[in-house]
Design a protein around this ligand. Sequence first.
Ligand SMILES: Nc1ncnc2c1ncn2[C@@H]1O[C@H](COP(=O)(O)OP(=O)(O)OP(=O)(O)O)[C@@H](O)[C@H]1O
Length: 332
Amino acid sequence: MDEPSATGHQAGDTGDDDARASVMSVIETRGLTKRYRGGQLAVDGLDLTVPAGSVFGFLGPNGSGKTTTIRMLMGLIEPTSGTARVLGRPMPRSTRTVLPQVGALIEGPALYGFLSGRDNLLRYDAADPTADPRTRRTRVAAALDRVGLTAAAGKKARAYSLGMKQRLGLAAALLQPRRLLVLDEPTNGLDPQGMREIRSLVRELASDGTTVFLSSHLLDEIEQVCTHAAVMAQGRLVTQGAVADLAAGARGRLVVTTPDTGDAARVLKEQGVADVVITEDRVTGEPPEGELADLNSALVTAGVRVRGFGVERASLEDAFVALTGEGFDVAG
Ligand SMILES: Nc1ncnc2c1ncn2[C@@H]1O[C@H](COP(=O)(O)OP(=O)(O)OP(=O)(O)O)[C@@H](O)[C@H]1O
């Protein structure tokens, strides 16, 4: 693949196979804040660090400030205070150097319905002053192939399904080699099949070393595709880090499967298990510190017939609840 054509490289700024790039933060913000004119504090003192090569999930309920952050990162709006660096350069000051190296899909792709998918891409590329017209057709064909739209390339875009439109938008973001892809809610409005397609495409892109920053209000989506995540709530960063570490920070629930749920619940409470809940043949609760085998043995000694005993793996949702004391409830 060609190198990005930007000039004035600094250390770790020359490509994905550069070992130095792996230690660089692709996105870094410090105290990033946006207060809209109406007084709404949309983003409040955000310190975000996105490692190179990560698939970074930017998670938060609707209205938590994700789109506002992305718009500041892309130099579309000015922060009220704080700083943002993308690919090591300050934004919005370096927009012209940085943006050619970033593929973005923000708020749905802008497509011409009367043009075919292929012609949309040709036109989009022609509007990019950094794109080489001599390689245009080849690059468009490669991007269509990448997103699985080769067979449908000649169809008018208005005949595309929502998922195909999203994929065409991704193809537009992939017309040139990119070091960073920024996708704002890429699966929003898609059916489960369309969601799966976009997710597997994201995984594939990431396996080539491209850093992917994607926003979502879907916890399980982040768990499925992301290596790292940041969680936003009401404009503030709740937590960030490797997805595995975030979930590991929260303890999973103890689950006992038994026909003797009443007795089991009583024994578990006596043994210090908190928040005991009975659902059908399962009793769950917050495991106490200490040896879990002792709990099992207390159940058996009390004559409780135990079919299953274990601790469920903590999810990102458990972590969110533990950190905010609230459920991860989203509207829409
Ligand atoms: N142009 C604007 N003027 C005033 N307030 C705004 C503007 N854009 C967003 N807001 C407000 O800022 C807050 C954060 O909005 P933002 O769109 O960044 O959140 P989000 O997490 O991206 O949510 P969504 O997924 O719904 O877009 C919300 O309360 C929203 O109403």
